[in-house]
Structure formats: structure tokens, C-alpha cells
Ligand binder design. Structure first.
Ligand code: AMP
Ligand code: MG
Length: 488
């Protein structure tokens, strides 16, 4: 199995393939006509222990397109279920295959998945394919999330297939190589609970614990500890989304990972003007996945995980429900604590005061009332240029600034330390919708320089460098709101 390491660096060990057959179907990707690399994440490739020169080639393109299977890979499509907009259904990898798990030189394990790699038994009516635009969009936003310090699946490469796919029009086909701590989802457990045996459910839980929470393996009730740990990680993840204004857009239970990484970048987008009701997804008409609703949906999804785990939590079902509810009820407090801590850091505050929450809320209310940009407001405070926000013209904001400055005076740390904390907590740049669109449009016309530059800027969002300024500007006012799409 180690034979290929020196050549391309692949070093697979496929633990998921050793789970019971219920959890997957062995499935090779469908070869494509003319694979070509468009973006290749060399930094990530190096971390994974891959040989950059060997893979940045026609051979590499064939691998990332699924036309050539690297040694040691054991391609499979994963089975899972999920609640989509509240409705339970069978899903599974309908347009993806897991090539295998790459063991890095540091001994870490990462799923290597091809997305857009052809039909599988879980494809239902779909064509198993993906279009270039959405795959590049996932690449940009997932890498931006990584740059922001938010747990996320990563993007290793996007290749075009040389084939066209039919959507509203014909579009260039593409495949994304997605890298993840694992692709275990809440929906994987729902699938096991609904269609597997209790033993299979237990095997899945033990597998997830070993892979993501090895420290709880010896706990008296390890399945309860597992639920608790996933709740903690998701509470932390969703807090981080809220703090940067990230709207996932399709928080179905199949799109919530067990590892606590952000996954599935279909209709996501960053909020510009602060408003908790913000929704970008064209199909989310009721605002189920609106910015301000993400913590509620998080706990709703975790309740679905808890339900799936019930048979493992206790032999007595009522007792199991009580145990699960007890853990779920911690979510709100965990979120609130994380959020307050994160918001204090955004305002350069080290210590805690009773009145911090109203101080934060009042700023957010002002942003909402006056239609201020969320990221740029914190940016203006960080660089001490309140004149850069439209709030500057209001007396309420002047009063708020006085309160905030007085509050900052009531801590031991220096002004410099406070500014440093703010710089590390408030991104100067985010993947703004119009900048992402501009990069995608150029790429669609064969020019990848705009996208490459955007990726470079987003890799260091806390730099506060002069070259970032261009990326902080807001779009020209548009009569139509920005819209995003799923399943593209
Ligand atoms: P998503 O919206 O990406 O979370 O996908 C929801 C479900 O639809 C998953 O089971 C996907 O595998 C499946 N799916 C999405 N697009 C396609 C496609 N083009 N062909 C087959 N299955 C798809
Ligand atoms: Mg999904």
C-alpha cells in the first residue's frame, strides 16, 4: 500500500469501507472526456503529503476527475438520510464518491471525495454531475472559511471534465475534490437508526467516536458523551458562523457534520447589511435557514441526532429521552457563552461586565436600523475610522461610541492590546457576493487570475493590508436582492 507514496504521495487507509455494507455502495467514479485542472490547492496538497509536481499534471487531472483511480483508493458512495427543510428522506452520495482516506505525514486522516463524479445508486433522478460555477464557488468559500479560522471541509482541486451538463442551459461540467475530517453526518445516524440494525447503529457510533472523539472511548456512557461532544462542537461552529455573518443556507440534517466542520456550500453566502432575517437561498421562502435562525436550527438538527442515538443511550426509552433532552438543553447556554465571548473579542474587550450584552445588542440594533454593513462596521471600529460607517451620521452611534470607549477604559489591558484583539477577531475581508460573482464570471470566460487573486486575499482575512481595501467595497445598489441556488 505504500508503494505509490514517493510518486504522488497517496497513502490511503479506508476505514469507512470496513464498516458494514449497509453504510455504502462500492462505486467507481464515471470517467470523463477531457479532464483539465483549473484550480489546485498546493498548500493543502503539501499538508496532505501529496506530491505537488506529480499531481499538477495530466495524470493529476485524470485522478481529480475520477478517470484514474490512485493506488490504494477504494471508491464508494456513502448512504445517508436527512431532514430536508424539515422532511425526512433517504439521500446518500448522489453525485460524489469517497476515493478513500488519506493518512498525512503527521498521521492525520482525511476523506478525499470527488463531487460531481457521476451517477451512483443514490442519484435518484439526478445526473451525478456538477457545473463549474458552483464547484468554484464552493472552492472559494470553503477556503475563505478556512482562512477565517472556521472548521470546514476544504477544497483540493477543481477540474473541468470537457463535458457539458444540462441545467437551465448547457454548462461546463466540473468535479471538486473535497477534503474533510470525515463525511459522517447527522443524516448518517438517521439512516442507521431508520434502516440499520441496533448493532449497525452501535458500530457507526463507535466508529465516529474513535475517529472524532477518541478521548471519550472509555466513558461509562460513551454514546451520551458523544452526543454531548457533537453538541459542543456544533454550538462552537454555529457561533463562529454568526460572528462572521456566514449564512449556510441549507442546514438540512444531511448537511450537518459529526466532526463539527462546515459542509455543503450550495446556497451559502455572507450577510452584508446586518439583518437577522437575511436569507439568500432562492428556495428558502419561509426563512427557515435565515441568519438569525441558525442556532435554533442547529439545536433542531441535534435533536434529530439525539433521536437516532436513543437506542444506545439507555435500555429504557423514557430514561434515554430524559438523558438526551438534558444534553440538548445545554445548547442554548453554550451558544450564548461562546457568542458573548466572541462578540467581546470583536469589541476588543478582555474582561466581562454585566452590561456587555446590551452594549453589543445596541450596536447590532443600530446596524439593522440604519442598514449598516456588518463586516465593515466592525472593520471601521477596528481601524478606528468610525467615519467609514454610515452610522457615523447618527447621534445614537456617537453615544454608543462613548459608552464603548468608557467600557474599554475599564479593563487592565492596554489600548494596543485591545486593538490587536479586534484585528484578530474582525476579518477585514470576507468573500463578498459581488466579488465572488466577478471571479466566477472571469473564470467562466477562461480567465482565472481574478479568482486566484481573490483566493490569495481571502487566505489572510485578518491582515488589514492596503491591498484588501478593494475587497471591502460594497456592491453597487441593485434592484434585485442577491440570490443563491442549491443542487446546481
Ligand atoms: P445537497 O443539496 O448538495 O445537500 O444534495 C442533496 C441530495 O441530492 C444529496 O443526496 C445529493 O447527493 C443529491 N444530489 C444533488 N445534486 C445531484 C445530482 N446532480 N445528481 C445526483 N444527485 C444529486
Ligand atoms: Mg448535502
Amino acid at each position: 500500500m505504500t508503494k505509490d507514496i514517493n510518486e504522488t504521495g497517496w497513502n490511503f487507509d479506508n476505514s469507512y469501507a470496513r464498516l458494514p455494507q449497509t453504510f455504502f455502495t462500492s462505486q467507481n467514479p464515471t470517467p470523463v472526456r477531457a479532464p483539465k485542472i483549473t484550480v489546485f490547492n498546493k498548500t493543502l496538497a503539501a499538508t496532505l503529503g501529496l506530491n505537488i509536481t506529480a499531481l499538477d499534471s495530466q495524470d493529476g487531472a485524470a485522478i481529480f476527475a475520477g478517470s484514474k483511480i490512485p493506488d490504494g483508493a477504494s471508491p464508494l458512495a456513502q448512504a445517508y438520510a436527512g431532514h430536508q427543510f424539515g422532511h425526512f428522506t433517504m439521500l446518500g452520495d448522489g453525485r460524489a464518491v469517497l476515493l478513500g482516506e488519506q493518512i498525512t505525514p503527521q498521521g492525520e486522516r482525511f476523506d478525499i471525495q470527488l463531487k460531481g463524479s457521476g451517477r451512483t445508486p443514490y442519484s435518484r433522478g439526478g445526473d451525478g454531475r456538477a457545473a463549474l460555477g458552483p464547484m468554484l464557488r464552493e472552492y472559494i468559500i470553503s477556503e475563505a472559511m478556512h482562512g477565517l479560522g472556521i472548521p470546514t471541509t476544504r477544497s483540493l482541486a477543481v477540474v473541468t471534465t470537457g463535458e457539458e451538463i444540462a441545467r437551465e442551459s448547457y454548462l461546463p461540467g466540473a468535479i471538486l475534490t473535497r477534503v474533510a475530517a470525515s463525511h459522517l453526518r447527522v443524516g448518517t445516524f438517521q439512516y442507521a437508526a431508520r434502516w440499520g440494525t441496533k448493532e449497525e447503529l452501535r458500530e457507526l457510533a463507535d466508529y465516529a467516536i474513535k475517529r472524532h472523539y477518541p478521548e471519550i472511548q472509555e466513558d461509562e456512557n460513551r454514546y451520551l458523551a458523544f452526543l454531548e461532544e457533537v453538541i459542543k462542537r456544533q454550538a462552537m461552529l454555529i457561533t463562529k458562523w454568526q460572528l462572521v455573518g456566514f449564512i449556510h443556507g441549507v442546514m438540512n440534517t444531511d448537511n450537518m457534520t459529526i466532526s463539527g466542520e462546515t459542509i455543503d456550500y450550495g446556497p451559502c453566502a455572507f450577510m452584508d447589511t446586518f439583518d437577522p432575517a437575511t436569507v439568500f437561498s432562492s428556495i428558502d421562502r419561509e426563512g427557515r435557514y435565515a441568519y438569525g435562525n441558525q442556532p435554533n436550527i442547529g439545536v433542531w438538527n441535534l435533536a434529530r441526532l439525539a433521536e437516532a442515538l436513543l437506542p444506545l443511550l439507555h435500555d429504557d426509552q423514557e430514561e434515554a429521552v430524559t438523558l438526551a433532552q438534558d444534553k440538548l438543553s445545554d445548547f442554548a447556554q453554550l451558544f450564548e457563552t461562546n457568542w458573548l465571548e466572541g462578540m467581546r473579542a470583536k469589541l476588543g474587550l478582555f474582561n466581562e461586565e454585566e452590561q456587555d450584552k446590551p452594549l453589543i445588542k445596541d450596536l447590532l440594533d443600530l446596524m439593522k436600523m440604519h442598514g449598516a454593513d456588518y463586516t465593515n462596521t466592525f472593520r471601521a471600529l477596528t481601524i478606528n475610522k468610525p467615519e467609514e460607517t454610515i452610522l457615523q451620521e447618527t447621534t445614537e452611534f456617537t453615544e454608543w461610541l462613548e459608552r464603548w470607549n468608557a467600557r474599554r477604559g475599564r479593563q487592565e489591558e492596554s489600548k494596543e492590546a485591545s486593538i490587536e484583539l479586534m484585528r484578530n477577531s474582525n476579518p477585514s475581508v470576507i468573500p463578498r457576493n459581488h466579488r465572488v460573482e466577478e471571479a466566477l464570471e472571469a473564470a467562466n470566460n477562461g480567465d482565472y487570475s481574478v479568482l486566484e487573486k481573490l483566493l490569495e486575499i481571502l487566505s489572510n482575512p485578518y491582515a488589514y493590508s492596503p491591498e484588501q481595501i478593494h475587497y471591502t467595497s460594497l456592491p453597487e445598489p441593485s434592484p434585485r436582492p442577491y440570490r443563491t441556488f442549491c443542487g446546481t
